[in-house]
Design a protein around this ligand. Sequence first.
Ligand SMILES: O=C(CO)[C@@H](O)[C@H](O)[C@H](O)[C@H](O)COP(=O)(O)O
Ligand SMILES: [Zn+2]
Length: 196
Amino acid sequence: MNTNLISRVDNHFEESIATKQKSKNVLSADLAKAIEQMFQCVNSGSKILACGNGGSAADAQHFAAELVGRFERERKEFGAIALTTDSSILTAVGNDYGYDEIFSKQVSALGKPGDILLAISTSGNSKNVIKAIEVAKKRGLTVIAMTGKDGGTMGRLMGPEDVHLCVPSDRTARIQETHLLILHCLCDGIDYLLLG
Ligand SMILES: O=C(CO)[C@@H](O)[C@H](O)[C@H](O)[C@H](O)COP(=O)(O)O
Ligand SMILES: [Zn+2]
């Protein structure tokens, strides 16, 4: 048995549990606000656009799948689009305008007042996500931002109508793990407001 490996694994579990405990203490109230905003948005026929890079791109897709399909209970379909999935759009916009515009162009094309942009970045500093937020604000979308560390530039762009869920950790993996928990809280809260 490799005890070094076992102790590394144990450390990951312990750190992850501690990050989630800390997050519960600081994020619950803002999460409830985000749930209410998202429910109001999708239940009135508007939609959520979600974006992020790498692991956060996977999170954006995971969340959209649970809104369009289902989370734990049967319910009507809700509108959500991950802006990370259309390889033709991503390569055309990336090639012609630059990688920083791959999400903002889609927000310009698809975003309408009443929609929500779910912007996911562990550092809060990914330029393409920041540009998406800037365009979303110009077009009258509300922004729900999921970040970590010090919230980065994204944190500084948030207005009073927006919700900033900043995971209290400096480690990308821990932030991502907590982001997934946050996404499931959002799905559960939306289902609860609809179904009780
Ligand atoms: O999943 C991981 C690391 O755990 C990576 O794929 C990570 O998401 C990528 O490096 C991203 O580009 C990081 O961007 P961000 O979270 O700072 O916006
Ligand atoms: Zn990862």
